[in-house]
Design a protein around this ligand. Structure first.
Ligand SMILES: C[S@@+](CC[C@H](N)C(=O)[O-])C[C@H]1O[C@@H](n2cnc3c(N)ncnc32)[C@H](O)[C@@H]1O
Length: 276
């Protein structure tokens, strides 16, 4: 929902449920953020015991986001972004990266989580003189809601960078995530790009399936997927080099802290691909 500031002030207070671990706050803890409670930290520490690479997975994902948005803005000339499943605001965020290269860039942020919404409305705001940022509270599984509202902000005659970074693994297989992603991609103009990363069980299946089961016990969804299934998100698109890779090996920079992780330590596959 796109809201004016008055509407935002009128909304019901968000239930934080600090006693329950929450996926966005667990991820925030793994990234070293402060927007988390004891239950989130305990859950993250349990996941770290099951797979000590969980923290590096989260951090190398964030580096992938930075390099992908830099590529899209600097090399592919993209000036409009839709970031679905944006998470709790973590600097540098998409608009900060894009604005450092092309200040006129516009960014639509989306997440389905009211806790993210509460933080995003305060923090995902652009500096004066730069392109606007907007937050839409919506669910990836209802792409028509996201698209109809994004139409009010973005120019759908010009290419758009669609970011689905570490979000599709929160969809179950029976929700047909590939069809959900295709529905958004289909609505984008020619010359648009998809950047997507997702947890894979290719390299450490036992550890990831244990974490998947732990999420399920707590009523949350985490679906690690094999490479072939992740490839399907890019059907009909042309991947830029180096194709689908563990994200720390996707165009790493000399200064990247995570460029030498093994495939198992990273455990996230990602790619950037162009729509012809
Ligand atoms: C692991 S975080 C990733 C955050 C950010 N994209 C990044 O890579 O740093 C996953 C985010 O996806 C959001 N999410 C999960 N399922 C979603 C859905 N069906 N629609 C929209 N957002 C979703 C969660 O609320 C969470 O904020």
């Amino acid at each position: 929902m796109i809201e004016s500031s008055n509407e935002a002030a009128d909304r019901e207070p968000v239930e934080l449920h600090p006693e329950r671990p929450h996926p966005a706050r667990v991820y925030d803890y793994l990234l070293g953020g402060n927007t988390n409670f004891a239950s989130d930290r305990a859950f993250a520490e349990a996941a770290l015991k099951l797979n000590e690479g969980t923290r590096t997975t989260a951090r190398s994902n964030r580096e992938f986001l930075r390099r992908a948005v830099t590529f899209l803005t600097r090399d592919a000339g993209i000036r409009q972004f839709i970031d679905i499943g944006t998470g709790l605001p973590t600097s540098p965020n998409v608009h900060e990266i894009a604005h450092s290269i092309a200040p006129e860039s516009r960014v639509v942020y989306t997440d389905n989580d009211p806790i993210v919404a509460a933080h995003a409305r305060a923090l995902l705001t652009s500096e004066p003189g730069t392109g606007p940022t907007t937050y839409i509270e919506a669910d990836l599984r209802k792409p028509e809601t996201i698209l109809s509202q994004a139409h009010e902000i973005l120019d759908f005659t010009q290419p758009i960078g669609l970011l689905l970074i570490a979000v599709t693994h929160h969809l179950k297989n029976d929700e047909d995530p590939q069809a959900v992603v295709a529905a958004v991609v289909d609505a984008l103009p020619s010359g648009s790009y998809l950047a997507l990363s997702q947890i894979t069980d290719e390299f450490r299946p036992e550890q990831w399936h244990a974490i998947e089961a732990d999420f399920a016990r707590r009523g949350s969804v985490l679906t690690p997927r094999p490479r072939a299934s992740i490839e399907q998100f890019f059907t009909g698109l042309e991947k830029v080099d180096p194709g689908l890779q563990v994200v720390n090996r996707w165009r790493p920079e000399e200064s990247d802290a995570y460029k030498d992780l093994s495939e198992g330590e990273c455990s996230l596959l990602g790619a950037v691909a162009r729509k012809a």
